[in-house]
Structure formats: structure tokens, C-alpha cells
Write a protein that binds this ligand. Structure first.
Ligand SMILES: [Zn+2]
Length: 141
């Protein structure tokens, strides 16, 4: 038996025991795996349990860089810098500000900042348009 840390689409975490990974996949596909809290069948393995459980933790993305990716990254960094130059930095108020702009409660402008996994999910549900901005290791210098 294997124990999996599972999480539903509402962010509830729970444990499940399965004979194998295939057993889990099969049961999941047939909708046999459901959340004990909200009974959602949209359940997946919690790959980043600590980040999901707090909900407020900011996502950190690590990039593995090979020689051939460096040029692409340089281009991406250029674009990200351009975005930052033309947008207001709102820090962890990103979700609030993006929502206000979306609903016309504040001046329409470009913003960037940080959002938690939960905030990103709820922005998407509200139809707020945004895109992830690549974070580079030297951005905080
Ligand atoms: Zn749930």
C-alpha cells in the first residue's frame, strides 16, 4: 500500500491509501476518490503539500538552466523587465488590485506583484486576466 497526500480543487488536504500509483489513477478516473470535506471528485496528489496547506505561501519557481536555454531566458528577462518598467508594483496586493481593475473600481493600469496559489485560482475563477511573470534569481539584487 502507498499513502498519497491528496488535495481537492477547494484546497482540502487528506490522505489516501492505494495499492499502487495505477490503482490511484484508476480510482481517480472513475470518480471513486472524493474529498472527505466537500465531496469534490476533483482530487489530485498534493505535490507541494506545504505551499497548499498554508495557502498564503508564495510560489517559488526554480528554473533549471542549460546552455541552450540561456538565450531564451535572456529574452524572457527582457520582456519581464519591460513589463516591470511599464507597470506598478503592488507586492502581495496583486490579487486585490487586479480584481479592482477588472471590476472597474480603480484606474485601469498595468500592475505586477505576487499572489498565492489560492489567489491565482480565485482570480482565474473571476475571469480576471493576468499572466505569470518569470522570476529570475537576480531580480532581488
Ligand atoms: Zn474538498
Amino acid at each position: 500500500m502507498i499513502r498519497f497526500n491528496l488535495v481537492c480543487d477547494a484546497g482540502h488536504e487528506f490522505d489516501g491509501w492505494f495499492r499502487s500509483n495505477d490503482d490511484f489513477t484508476g480510482q481517480q478516473a472513475r470518480g471513486f476518490v472524493s474529498c472527505p470535506v466537500c465531496h469534490s471528485e476533483k482530487v489530485g496528489k498534493a505535490l507541494m503539500a506545504p505551499a497548499v496547506s498554508t495557502g498564503r505561501k508564495k510560489e517559488k519557481i526554480a528554473l533549471a538552466v542549460g546552455e541552450e536555454q540561456k538565450q531564451v531566458l535572456a529574452k524572457l528577462k527582457e520582456m519581464a523587465d519591460a513589463v516591470r518598467q511599464n507597470a506598478d508594483y503592488v507586492g502581495d496586493k496583486f490579487a486585490d488590485e487586479a480584481r479592482k481593475i477588472h471590476f472597474g473600481e480603480t484606474e485601469k493600469r498595468g500592475i505586477y506583484g505576487e499572489a498565492s496559489v489560492d489567489e491565482v485560482k480565485s482570480l482565474a475563477e473571476d475571469g480576471v486576466e493576468f499572466m505569470p511573470l518569470p522570476v529570475f534569481p537576480d531580480d532581488h539584487n
